[in-house]
Design a binder for this molecule. Structure first.
Ligand SMILES: [Zn+2]
Length: 185
């Protein structure tokens, strides 16, 4: 599988349609209880994982996609690009097709991430300005005239921001205490 993003065709690679062939290969063992089947119960639980928000950009989910955080690769075509019959299609890294590896994602994030690992995708987003700058003179003009300003901010995903966010102060204790603090001490 190539890591060329344009050639990945995100759809069909990282998704897990119901009834997919998820038999573990010799390199991985998947316990039945952990296996991602994409059924209604699992999807409902996945939607709640980040309170109905996309794990990556944090938007509110309408149409939820079920994304493999670390991708599995579905081989659905032969080396000439012809679609294989279902019995000959296979999954590479079936041990990743588990509930713990699933993330609720919006359509845009899921399709753009495609077959990338989390870090591979982060790197593409991190270099997005550089990539578009190379591709279009309009972007370069926009920068020259100050219309486009690249922030250079690090790429932090929503689930990472949640993990590092301080827990909200308990109302009536810590806030009040600082308010009533004697300024002379
Ligand atoms: Zn998203």
């Amino acid at each position: 599988m190539t890591q060329n993003h344009e050639g990945l065709g995100g759809e069909g690679l990282a998704h897990s349609p119901e009834g997919a062939n998820t038999q573990p290969g010799a390199d991985g063992v998947v316990l039945a209880s952990d296996e991602w089947k994409g059924n209604r119960k699992q999807r409902e639980a996945l939607r709640k994982k980040f309170d109905g928000r996309c794990a990556y950009c944090g938007c509110e989910l309408t149409d939820m996609h079920c994304d493999h955080l670390e991708p599995i690769i579905r081989v659905q075509t032969d080396q000439w690009g012809r679609r294989l019959p279902a019995a000959e299609q296979r999954v590479i890294r079936p041990e990743r097709n588990i509930v713990a590896n699933m993330m609720p994602a919006c359509k845009a994030c899921n399709l753009h991430k495609g077959g990338y690992s989390l870090e591979g995708w982060r790197d593409i987003i991190r270099r997005s300005a550089e990539i578009v700058r190379r591709q279009t003179s309009t972007f370069r003009a926009g920068e020259r005239f100050g219309v486009i300003i690249v922030s250079g901010e690090p790429v932090t995903f929503y689930f990472e921001r949640l993990a590092t966010a301080p827990s909200p102060p308990s109302v009536g204790t810590s806030l009040k205490a600082s308010e009533h603090k004697d300024p002379t001490t």
